[in-house]
Design a protein around this ligand. Structure first.
Ligand code: ADP
Ligand code: MG
Length: 395
């Protein structure tokens, strides 16, 4: 692969964050029984902090001295990883901060990051493999998706879920004591009480021909001497405008930040402001859906390979959506097929690879919108992938 090979030094200082609330509350015990003895044996230096409340880890990350840590290890589920990544990205020195290697010990009820990483390296999905990955300290690239809402900018590593999947994410919270089985039970309950969700889903499709997203900057305008009809204003005609686009990229537009946010974080050069129209190179689907989800990793959970083509550091998202014409039995069947990713071959599912997305739910309905497992307001959102922004100790 094109992954940059990098290994951390054998002697390094790790900051270990333990969430006593994650999963069925077993993080502290797993740390003392399994993680601590192995790290001590490997002669790694570490400080542990047990989080005291939701948001605690994020606050610590904001004020931490970067020179004090060579890596941050998270003993929790995806929720604490999300908190840490957003804390790192909120720092004025975000570019250096997000480069600090992250490790995960999967003690939550949702451990999609660790699961996807172990799947990618061919290791068994268990705590011991995760610890060995951290001790070896080889780094894997992790893409981060900026997520822009009308009021804030977030950073996601896992998914944006909408419709049935986000309802399950939120409604199954109260079955947390069941661990990961909460997603199965929640899904069956939601298929029985099936609903439809109205909205518009847009995306900037990935293409291999022109070698990269940089050719698709939103501020692109076709030159007059070349056809600019909607049908032709696609990747082919874009490639003819390389010079023109480069001019734009180097110019004032590429420095513009989408929305009214502070200038922290990478610039989202593929995204017009949320209230502006999208360029013709984007694809748009609208109407009634059962679900629609941009996914940044291969797996959403155990036996849920939502994005089978997803690779670490590929700079792409997989978007899958199901229209409202699909019935309950077909949905149950699709859910089972997610185990090996074969749901994407079903005629009930559309599966595309993209650089960026926009999701505009019909806000006259109620519904859930979930970013990396965390509920946000039911409002229009958009996002773009930032290739290999973070690093994972996992190989
Ligand atoms: P799980 O996969 O079990 O949901 P997560 O890692 O996702 O585990 O954590 C769930 C939530 O717990 C996260 O939103 C995190 O911010 C929050 N959290 C972290 N520390 C604590 C704590 N000490 N008490 C309560 N909640 C916490
Ligand atoms: Mg990816």
């Amino acid at each position: 692969s094109e992954q940059e090979e990098r290994t951390l030094p054998a002697s390094r200082k790790l900051l270990i964050l333990i969430n006593p609330f994650s999963g069925s509350g077993k993080s502290v015990r797993i740390f003392h029984e399994h993680v601590e003895p192995m790290l001590t044996e490997a002669e790694l230096e570490f400080n542990t902090i047990t989080t005291e409340y939701a948001g605690h880890a994020g606050e610590m990350i904001l004020s931490m001295n970067l020179l004090d840590v060579d890596g941050i290890v998270i003993c929790s589920g995806d929720g604490l990883v999300y908190e840490v990544i957003n804390g790192l990205m909120k720092r004025p020195d975000w570019e250096a901060a997000i480069n600090i290697p992250l490790g995960v010990i999967p003690t939550g009820s949702g451990n999609a990051l660790c699961l996807s990483a172990l799947f990618a390296t061919g290791e068994p999905n268990d705590v011991t493999s995760a610890i060995f990955g951290i001790i070896r300290g080889n780094l894997m690239d992790l893409d981060i998706c900026s997520v822009i809402t009308p009021t804030e900018k977030l950073y996601a590593f896992l998914s944006v879920t909408w419709g049935l999947v986000s309802d399950v994410d939120i409604e199954s919270e109260r079955y947390r004591f069941l661990g990961e089985r909460r997603f199965l039970i929640g899904t069956v309950a939601r298929i029985i009480g099936l609903r439809k969700y109205r909205g518009r889903l847009s995306y900037l499709p990935a293409n291999d021909i022109n070698g990269g997203e940089d050719n698709l900057a939103y501020n692109f305008t076709p030159r007059e001497d070349v056809s600019s009809s909607a049908a032709e204003c696609d990747v082919t005609s874009l490639s003819q405008h390389q010079a023109h686009i480069q001019e734009n990229l180097n110019g004032v537009f590429s420095k513009r930040i989408s929305g009214n946010f502070s200038s922290l974080g990478p610039s989202d050069h593929l995204l017009p402001p949320l209230s502006s129209e999208l360029p013709p190179s984007w694809k748009v689907v609208e109407g009634e859906f059962i679900l629609g989800c941009p996914v940044f990793l291969s797996h959403l959970g155990t036996d849920l390979m939502a994005n089978p083509d997803g690779k670490f550091g590929d700079g792409l998202m997989g978007i899958f959506y199901v229209r409202s014409t699909t019935g309950r039995m077909a949905l149950l069947d699709l859910f089972g097929k997610m185990k090996d990713g074969s749901h994407v071959r079903s005629h009930h599912v559309e599966y595309v690879r993209a650089y960026a997305f926009r999701l505009e739910p019909d806000t006259s309905q109620t519904g859930n919108l979930v970013v990396d497992g965390e509920k946000i307001d039911y409002v229009p959102i958009q996002g773009q992938i930032h290739k290999s922004l973070a690093k994972l100790m996992c190989v």
